[in-house]
Write a protein that binds this ligand. Structure first.
Ligand SMILES: Cc1cc2nc3c(=O)[nH]c(=O)nc-3n(C[C@H](O)[C@H](O)[C@H](O)COP(=O)(O)OP(=O)(O)OC[C@H]3O[C@@H](n4cnc5c(N)ncnc54)[C@H](O)[C@@H]3O)c2cc1C
Length: 411
């Protein structure tokens, strides 16, 4: 027999966007059910660098300290490096404390902390190990989801569904909304995690090594790991992989020779490497009657500049008061919910423009890039413009604040 759940808000996807929204809506008195296809031990997520904007909001939610206490590393700078030369530097130490750094937090640490907060509210239901595979409709509008998985089949009936199910969003597809994928930015990222020996000095910067074969991202991850992400043009990895694992490893060693021993010793099979299809996209629209898309489901970003989590958390914070009022007034029509896209769209467009510039800065070649620009960048460091750019990277829209709890009405 199918289990039936009746709730105010059904959030599909227990990532940063979904769980922050769940927590905020619970604080406003809503009943919230989160459907998450992964079980706790199955969660594998690579992106873990938090910008100051996300840190500040998570702190205001009383979540950051707990996530940090479970284990995290601070990073001072973003560096673009070629050989031994620093071509570009974003020094977060110039921002006001306490958010004067980047933070790499293992994703389950952050999500478990958010979940623990949500679980304090009696109106919270969490359904892990269940995938939302169909939408329920009533009188032409979205009115819930069918969730399936080993724990059993469930019909979650809700006054509003929030699609926070990431860049390949099923909810978006089921609602007939196009992903708006921009193939110009499509890339493959080859990802691996290596364990560093105790004598290795910790990596305290997020580094992008420019190499002839595509930029390689390296950062230190808690407790003693480094994450390596090698960005390749879309579908190029297949050609490289066809030459064998040793060839792939040696290409990686050439790109980051500092880690040669770790790469040669620890990458033993292709299972030690993950290949991710990375792209940027903006969904055709973010709302339908009874539905809102947030986070990567609404707008997907390339990993350049580590913006995705910040934007996902901010989406939830911006949507919260709009959704609370919409529920209180019994109107979750597309027209009403479109206020969210009107408010948030310009911020997202601005971040996408910034990422395009960052990506050009990382990929461009020639004497200007390698000789002139680093000198200009060093001169710029002493000016207010440098701080302004840094502020943009760190916060996106710095005016986003958590709204008072408010109260959601029930019908
Ligand atoms: C290689 C890589 C590196 C990155 N590095 C960074 C970084 O360092 N910093 C940063 O800020 N951003 C980074 N990003 C981007 C960042 O990961 C995302 O922007 C961010 O996770 C978006 O959060 P979200 O909650 O919208 O989606 P997600 O984090 O993708 O969460 C979606 C959740 O929905 C669940 N789900 C999916 N489908 C269903 C379904 N049908 N039913 C139920 N549950 C479902 C998933 O299991 C998942 O838990 C990176 C991205 C990539 C690809």
């Amino acid at each position: 027999m199918m289990r039936e759940i009746d709730t105010d808000v059904c959030v599909v996807g227990g990532g940063p966007a979904g769980l922050v929204l769940a927590l905020l809506m619970l604080r406003s008195g809503a009943r919230v059910t989160v459907v998450e296809c992964a079980r706790a031990h199955q969660r594998v997520v690579r992106g873990e660098i938090l910008q100051p904007g996300a840190m500040e909001l998570l702190d205001a939610l009383d979540v950051l300290a707990g996530a940090r206490a479970r284990g995290a590393h601070e990073h001072h700078r973003f560096l673009v490096i070629e050989g031994e030369r620093v071509l570009l530097e974003a020094d977060y130490r110039l921002l006001p404390a306490p958010y004067d750094h980047l933070l790499s937090v293992v994703r389950p640490h952050l999500l478990d902390e958010l979940l623990a907060r949500c679980r304090r509210s009696p109106g919270f239901r969490y359904l892990p190990g269940r995938r939302a595979g169909a939408l329920l409709r009533r009188e032409g509008r979205i009115a819930g989801v069918i969730a399936e998985g080993p724990p059993g089949r469930c019909a979650v009936r809700a006054r509003v569904v929030v699609g926070a199910d990431g860049r390949f969003s099923r909810i978006r597809r089921l609602a007939g909304i196009g992903a708006g994928r921009a193939d110009a930015f499509a890339q493959d990222v080859l990802w691996c995690t290596l364990v560093t020996p105790p004598e290795e000095p910790p990596v305290r910067d997020v580094r992008v090594y420019r190499t002839g074969g595509g930029p390689v991202l390296v950062y230190g991850s808690w407790p003693n790991r480094i994450q390596i992400g090698w960005t390749l043009p879309h579908r190029r990895y297949g050609h490289i992989a066809a030459l064998g694992l040793d060839h792939v490893k040696e290409r990686l060693v050439r790109a980051v020779p500092r880690y040669a021993t770790l790469i040669r010793d620890q990458i033993r099979t292709t299972a030690d490497l993950g290949v991710l299809d990375v792209f940027s996209a903006r969904a055709e629209r973010w709302v339908a009657d009874g539905l809102v898309l947030i986070g990567d489901a609404a707008h997907t970003h390339s990993p350049i500049g580590a913006q995705g989590i910040n934007l996902a958390v901010q989406d939830a914070v911006v949507l919260h008061p709009l959704l609370a009022r919409a529920l209180a007034e019994g109107d979750t029509s597309a027209e009403r919910l479109a206020e969210f896209e009107r408010r948030r769209g310009p911020d997202i467009a601005a971040v996408m423009r910034m990422q395009t510039l960052q990506s050009r800065a990382i990929l461009s070649q020639g004497a200007f890039t390698t000789r002139v620009r680093p000198r200009l960048a060093r001169a710029l460091r002493r000016t207010p413009l440098y701080r302004k750019i840094l502020q943009r990277m760190a916060y996106g829209n710095p005016s986003i604040r958590i709204a008072d709890a408010g109260v959601c009405g029930r019908t």
